[in-house]
Design a protein around this ligand. Structure first.
Ligand code: PHE
Length: 478
């Protein structure tokens, strides 16, 4: 086997636990709290959840192992790690395109991810002022926004959307915080953020779920999430959304997981950690569903609100719940922690690449990338108001009604991440040196190795290819 030589000055996590926490921090984010319930709600609940879990187990987790092992073997930026493995396998360095596509996709995700995280910040602000108000009034256990009517509570989100200044300020604060953490480095920034914020996240999530179980309609939520309508489960739209969600939620698609794998030590068993990370991320998505839907159902609201579920439906539900003010604040703080540990992984990918290529300091590179993704994100901010009727990709099927924000989300989630995942699966399954790959998996003597080999070489490429194809050209099956 050709051993890899770590790049000079390569950083490392201080322990295996730190790696797992940081990777779980990357995976657990707005994808779990905002996108998963929205997608599940819009795609029939149980049917979506069932297909989602199958996608994670058979496609997501195997790809997670493939990505972390590319990084750990290369000990460099994602692009250089993929190129190194290609070279050591006597393959064309064009295979590093998986990481180039992934890096571009992740950078574009960051531009709108920060805008959504900005909405979270805004709701921390409004719910925080609300808590101060209820405290001052001596009613700490009041419902959220008790001084407003339900209509006014629901109106908060459209009001925010029509105000580009407020949205830009919130987007700026989040972008600057992300940049600050990444500029501080792998150990001093990303690892510190993950080791403080993730445990706090889990405590808050558990608290809110128990609260939802006690004061919400828990059985309705369980029925909604776990009673699949099998006819719906096979609809191409549901399959496509579930696979896209698995990629997004597990931070797959040639980016974050290669980058974080590169800081993992040689004695980390990547087969094991991939299973742990996938299970933790899926567990959090389901628990988030069990926290959100009981609250939504208990006040008779519908689960299919889509992206507005977290910012419109949920605050309206907290309005009439006991201690709703406090719980609303806790919920949005939770979402902020999750978002920050994900956004730093999105920024880390291109930061590591340019530090390596341009030999500039991490602080300079992170700041330049931070400023630029903030500016590009402004396009998404404006797509909710000033440019609301722009349809930049109207010529592409499925994008007829997409504004700029939807275009960024759709192109990255539905095209670029799966495309990069497809190249990764073919590369690891067929092209890369077999021994070199197997030695990185930690599964050498386990029956899981042939299973993983089968999934990564056959199931992943075929399934991802078909879903990519039909997602882009739905008319093919109609
Ligand atoms: N997985 C993150 C989330 O669920 C988003 C993300 C996607 C992060 C891709 C990194 C790379 O919110």
């Amino acid at each position: 086997m050709v051993a890899s030589i770590p790049a000079p000055g390569q950083a490392h996590w201080s322990s295996k636990a730190a790696f797992v926490l940081a990777a779980v921090g990357s995976a657990v984010g707005l994808g779990n709290l905002w996108r998963f319930p929205a997608e599940a709600g819009a795609n029939g609940g149980g049917a979506f959840v069932l297909i989602y879990i199958i996608c994670v187990a058979l496609i997501g987790a195997p790809l997670l192992l493939a990505e972390t092992l590319i990084g750990r073997h290369g000990q460099r930026s994602t692009v250089a790690s993929a190129a190194l493995m290609a070279r050591q396998s006597n393959a064309s360095s064009a295979w590093a395109s998986l990481a180039v596509v992934g890096m571009i996709a992740n950078y574009l995700i960051l531009t709108f991810y920060s805008v959504v995280a900005g909405w979270v910040l805004y709701f921390i602000w409004t719910s925080g002022s609300d808590v101060l108000r209820t405290m001052a009034a001596g009613q700490p256990f009041a419902g959220a926004y008790a001084n407003l009517s339900v209509e006014q509570v629901r109106q908060q989100m459209p009001d925010l959307f029509s105000d580009p200044v407020k949205m830009s300020i919130a987007h700026f604060v989040f972008a600057a915080t992300t940049t600050f953490v990444v500029a501080r480095g792998v150990k001093g920034g990303i690892e510190v953020a993950a080791t403080w914020l993730m445990p706090a996240f889990f405590v808050l999530l558990l608290g809110i779920t128990i609260y939802a179980g006690i004061s919400g309609d828990f059985s309705a939520a369980v029925a909604f999430l776990f009673t699949p309508d099998f006819a719906r489960a096979l609809e191409p739209q549901v399959l496509n959304s579930a696979l896209g969600q698995a990629f997004f939620s597990l931070s797959l698609g040639g980016g974050a997981m290669i980058a974080y794998g590169a800081y993992a030590s040689r004695d980390t068993n990547l087969g094991q950690t991939s299973g742990m990370i996938s299970a933790a991320d899926t567990g959090v998505a389901i628990i988030a569903g069990l926290a959100i839907f009981p609250i939504v159902f208990s006040v008779g609201l519908t689960p299919d609100a889509g992206p507005t579920l977290m910012f419109q439906t949920l605050p309206a539900a907290f309005h009439s719940m006991p201690a709703g003010a406090l719980v609303a604040l806790a919920f949005f703080v939770l979402a902020l922690f999750a978002a920050l540990t994900s956004s730093v992984s999105l920024l880390e990918i291109s930061t590591a690449y340019f530090v390596e290529r341009l030999r500039l300091s991490r602080g300079v590179v992170a700041s330049l990338l931070g400023a630029s993704f903030f500016l590009i994100g402004m396009v998404s901010v404006l797509s909710f108001n000033v440019w609301a009727d722009h349809r930049p990709l109207a010529f592409l099927p499925g994008f007829e009604n997409a504004n700029w924000f939807d275009a960024f989300d759709g192109v990255t989630g539905r095209i670029l991440l799966p495309l990069s995942g497809l190249i990764t699966a073919v590369f690891i399954g067929w092209i890369a040196d077999r021994k070199l790959v197997d030695d990185e998996t930690g599964l050498q003597r386990s029956p899981l190795l042939p299973l993983w080999r089968f999934l990564i070489a056959w199931l992943c490429p075929i399934a991802v290819f078909l879903i990519l194809l039909f997602g882009l050209f739905p008319q093919l099956i109609r």
